[in-house]
Design a protein around this ligand. Structure first.
Ligand SMILES: NC(=O)CC[C@H](N)C(=O)O
Length: 364
């Protein structure tokens, strides 16, 4: 007999399902992700810190969990909601089931939920506060408590590396600022020969410039970009002195540093098939995305930035470039694993930008 579990939302909706993963109860902002594959990368993406993820694909866990596909070895999401959590995974790389993995990380899950209905609610209402409750008797009180609950949006310090370390390469030297980075950013840079020094989120511009890197990469990360003031100050300090490339949270911080604003979206973009238009080439890229905040295009007009990419679903800003200085960013994920790989060329653009600026006065 499987143990029951309730998913409750702040608007009073109750879903009854079954427990998997950790037995503990949880609370957080509930979001949905529409990707059909890549659940291991998603559950271990630090950008989901503090959130409960609904997977719209109806069967999750069918190819198991392996040792290679983690984006971090310390997943920090609050919980998983699925239609069916596969109990008997099958794949040559499989090492553990979803249930075992979530138990190991003490992350709770609920399955047997009508995730289509749940996603419609999130789309209509916007992201909501939600909780997992084990005992039916506690359901009403938990819904009441959710109405006044406040969840943090400043988890960057929690997920960033505490000390700097190097992932060795033999070509260009890149400093990667870890706001909650996905491991695949390091892999993509190493793949292109880059020597990557991963540094904590609050590293100063002086500390970075002292290393004389060829370029700086600003990672993705959780929470509200406006509260990452140290990151914004650092970007202002390196702008024009060393080429840089920002991804997702790194993109939002670049925009804020240049004087634009960000806002919280109704239900965000989370999935692996978001179409984005590259305004320079007119080409459409299919992209992986995971963000709840976005750059306000009106506020970009008064800055030295140009919009380079837009989302085709809702017209939001997806890419920025500085008008004169070597700096650009995208809201989506060129490092996406398992993919899609359409935007992978952005890493090559970054390599080219570093090579073009190599040895220039900017660096030294
Ligand atoms: N993946 C990310 O870097 C997300 C950035 C930010 N936390 C957002 O939700 O918009």
């Amino acid at each position: 007999m499987r143990k029951q579990r309730f998913l409750v939302l702040e608007d009073g909706t109750i879903f009854k399902g079954y427990r998997f993963g950790s037995d503990k109860e949880t609370q957080g902002e509930i979001v949905f992700n529409t990707a059909m594959t890549g659940y291991q990368e998603t559950l271990s993406d630090p950008s989901y810190t503090g959130q409960i993820i609904t997977f719209t694909y109806p069967l999750i866990g069918n190819y198991g969990i392996n040792r290679d596909d983690y984006e971090t070895l310390n997943p920090s999401l609050k919980g998983m909601v699925v239609r069916e959590a596969c109990e008997l995974p099958s794949n040559f790389r499989n090492m553990a089931s979803l249930d075992e993995t979530l138990k190991n990380y003490d992350i709770p899950g609920i399955d047997g939920v009508d995730t289509r209905k749940l996603t419609r609610i999130i789309r209509q209402h916007g992201v909501l506060k939600a909780a997992f409750v084990n005992e039916e008797a506690d359901v009403e009180a938990t819904i009441e408590s959710l109405k006044t609950a406040e969840f943090p949006t400043d988890e960057v310090a929690q997920v960033s590396t505490k000390t700097a370390y190097v992932s060795t390469g033999n070509d260009l030297r890149v400093v990667l600022i870890d706001f909650g980075k996905k491991e695949n950013i390091v892999r993509e840079l190493n793949l292109r020969g880059c020597d990557v020094t991963v540094m904590p989120w609050n590293t100063t511009a002086e500390e970075i410039l002292r290393l004389r890197p060829d370029g700086v990469m600003l990672s993705n990360g959780p929470g509200n970009p406006e509260v990452v003031q140290d990151g914004i100050n650092m970007i202002n300090g390196i702008l024009g002195k060393v080429p840089f490339f920002g991804i997702c949270l790194g993109h939002q911080l670049f925009a804020l540093a240049c004087g634009a604003s960000t806002f919280k979206m109704k239900f965000g973009h989370r999935g692996a098939n978001h179409p984005v238009k590259n305004l320079a080439t007119g080409k459409i890229e299919i992209t992986s995305q995971n963000h709840g905040y976005s750059v306000d295009p009106e506020t970009v007009k008064d800055t030295d930035l140009v919009i380079t990419h837009v989302a085709l679903n809702d017209g939001t800003v997806e890419g920025l470039r500085h008008k004169e200085l070597p700096a650009f960013s995208v809201q989506y994920h060129p490092e996406a694993s398992p993919g899609p790989h359409d935007p992978n060329y952005l890493f090559d653009d970054f390599i080219q930008m570093m090579n073009e600026n190599k040895g220039s006065v900017m660096n030294g």
